[in-house]
Design a protein around this ligand. Structure first.
Ligand code: 13P
Ligand code: SF4
Length: 299
């Protein structure tokens, strides 16, 4: 393992690469990354880095976003099939058909979506800024896609009428109120932090709703000593690193995203060595998608 980590460090230097990892990635991957974060932080970093190669330890839509923002760089996803089932629940054709039915209105698209859908969107959002992005728009009605749970959460925090897409994250959407109530009964003093990809009835039970990095920041600075975590369980590693004196309970052992666990250290080394797994968004899609991503990050 140490040999492999050393090899990755050397290859990273040789390739002038930066390694970005999502907060759900396995511990050994987070340990070799230059930056771990939520989708918004990773997008911003991808737009700012001076590296020649961005190696993304996450899922396909994240690498696509990096390619949209940094077309001059080589963007690598060490496992090509690391995808996101929610992103696969929308296509440009279906979005166009829905807009034809609803009439013209701004489309706010969660970054967990294909680049070609971003290209048809007014602005992108992440779990960290969805409410702010929607409230910033000069319109009374908005279509949010593809996450119906994020859209319903946003609808509770805006005056605007929100039309939502019937997409969802299979990992967050399956969390039930019974599981949450059981965890709360087992740990009555713990604060329940939930991700907005959870169902509305689960979010009703949350003390706070936030993005993955929002949870890490909050847990580190809060007075409370224990937390029930309502998101993918990979986040327990950075939480425990950021707040070693605190206790974190996963709300359910089933909160595991298989796509976020696909990349191994061997894959990272291979990808850097051979520049394999390149993700490149074609210019005809990238240029319109860039407008939507830029509007989100205020670039
Ligand atoms: P954030 O880290 O942006 O909260 O996103 C969660 C997620 O599901 C990414 O796939
Ligand atoms: Fe997609 Fe859900 Fe996995 Fe995030 S946790 S990558 S939204 S399936």
């Amino acid at each position: 393992m140490d040999k492999l980590k050393k090899q990755i460090r050397e290859l990273k230097e040789k390739r002038k690469a930066v390694i970005l990892a999502h907060n759900y990635q396995p511990p050994e991957i987070q340990d070799i990354a230059d930056l771990c974060g939520d989708s918004l932080e990773l997008s911003i970093k991808a737009s700012e880095t001076r590296a020649e190669v961005i190696l993304f330890c996450g899922v396909h839509f994240m690498a696509e976003t990096a390619s949209i923002l940094s077309p001059e760089k080589v963007v690598l996803l060490p496992k090509k099939d690391a995808g996101c089932p929610m992103a696969d629940m929308i296509t440009p054709e279906k979005l166009t058909a829905t807009l034809d039915r609803l009439g013209p209105m701004p489309v706010v698209t969660y970054v967990n979506s294909p680049a070609a859908v971003k290209a048809l969107s007014t602005v992108c959002c992440t779990s960290a800024n969805a409410v702010e992005v929607v409230n910033r728009l000069d319109a009374d009605e908005v279509l949010m896609a593809p996450d119906r749970n994020l859209a319903k959460y946003t609808a509770r925090h805006t005056e605007k009428k929100i039309h939502f897409w019937e997409g969802y994250c299979p990992i967050h959407d399956r969390l039930s109120t019974d599981e949450v109530k059981r965890a709360k009964a087992d740990h009555p003093d713990a604060l329940f932090l939930a991700h907005p990809e959870c169902r509305p009835e689960v979010l009703e039970l949350a003390d706070l709703v936030m993005s993955t990095s929002g949870m890490i920041r909050h847990a580190a600075s809060a007075e409370e000593k224990s937390f029930i975590i309502g998101t993918e369980n990979g986040i327990l590693y950075p939480l425990r690193k950021a707040a070693p004196d605190k206790i974190f309970y996963p709300v359910s052992p089933a909160m595991i995203c298989p796509d976020m666990k696909k990349i191994t250290l061997e894959d990272v080394a291979n990808s850097l060595e051979n520049l394999s797994g390149e993700v490149k968004v074609p210019e005809s899609v990238r240029v319109p998608a860039l407008d939507a991503v830029r509007r989100m990050i205020g670039d």
